[in-house]
Design a binder for this molecule. Structure first.
Ligand code: SF4
Length: 300
């Protein structure tokens, strides 16, 4: 891949735009996300997400397993970031999110990675688990765009994002793809160590939609807008009906949603009896049908 060559313009923080500089300042002390750990990441301190001043990347490459509107002919150009600001006990990527497998990358290397994905023919640049490295992503995007990056960008987030940080991302993100994991704070506390997840997440999705609107698809590919992911958990632990009501009534009844059926117990799920099982077919179908009845654009 092109990023191995590391030949792009050198990054000089003084030459970056104000939002990038503000995002960087927000890491020292760190208030980038709702955890508000207030550690000095530029000095190598780490907070809940476990990542210091430099982004750690676990993989870069075309991905064909994403939603079809993101894949196209060349795949979605994914950059998987290690670390996470959520503590989901059922995480399916725990080696990346919690064990933080990957390698540190400079801003220049990240920009090279994006250009490499474009050269490869990918349909977009898909930042997976980006919240805690938003400063590095925006700085690298500015460099990459100066270097010729034209692809739309996807912010593929667990949805635990602060509105203040999201406001600084305006113009950097074309497609917001947040999870909406829970509608109940007791459940989000137990399963993701985030009791304020529902209110934080609902406010974040509102801000995302304000910036980019409903999902726009051109020639089968997402160009801009909001695409919500909702993973159905057993026994309605994900608050599926509340999430759908919120989208239909407070965001837009044209919201595009992927009702995801692939939950399976992983990581520490076995220590939580209610999620140590898969949701039933009926549970999944009732959520899908409810979203359709509410008029949402439910992906196949
Ligand atoms: S980005 Fe990481 S260090 Fe910063 S507030 Fe969030 S979890 Fe804490």
């Amino acid at each position: 891949m092109r990023y191995e060559t590391m030949t792009i313009l050198p990054a000089n923080i003084g030459s970056f735009s104000e939002p990038v500089r503000k995002l960087r300042e927000s890491m020292n002390p760190c208030t980038l996300c709702p955890r508000q750990c207030k550690v000095y990441r530029g000095r190598g301190q780490v907070g809940f997400c476990g990542i210091g001043g430099r982004a750690v990347v676990s993989s870069v490459g075309p991905h064909f397993g994403e939603e079809s509107v993101l894949v196209g002919g060349g795949g979605s150009g994914t950059i998987f970031f290690a670390g996470c600001n959520l503590g989901c006990v059922f995480c399916q990527n725990f080696d990346i999110s919690h064990h933080r497998a990957g390698r540190k990358m400079t801003i220049e290397q990240l920009a090279e990675a994006m250009l490499g994905l474009q050269d490869y023919g990918c349909s977009n640049i898909n930042f997976v688990t980006p919240t805690h490295v938003a400063a590095a992503i925006t700085a690298a995007l500015e460099l990459a765009r100066k270097g010729g990056l034209k692809l739309p960008t996807v912010y593929n987030t667990g949805g635990y994002d602060s509105v203040e940080t999201l406001k600084l991302l305006e113009g950097f993100v074309d497609i917001y793809m947040p999870d909406m994991k829970y509608g109940d704070s007791k459940v989000s506390e137990e399963l993701s160590a985030a009791p304020d997840y529902p209110q934080v997440n609902f406010a974040a999705v509102k801000e995302m939609h304000r910036q980019v609107g409903d999902l726009q698809v051109t020639d089968g590919l997402a160009a801009r807008g909001l695409l919500v992911r909702h993973l159905v958990l057993p026994e309605n632990l994900a608050g599926s009906f509340e999430v759908i009501d919120f989208l239909a009534e407070q965001i837009s009844d044209k919201t595009t949603i992927n009702v995801m059926d692939q939950y399976r117990p992983c990581y520490k799920a076995s220590s939580h009896p209610k999620i140590n099982q898969r949701p039933t077919f009926e549970e999944i179908e009732s959520v899908r049908q409810y979203a359709i009845e509410k008029g949402l654009n439910v992906l196949d």
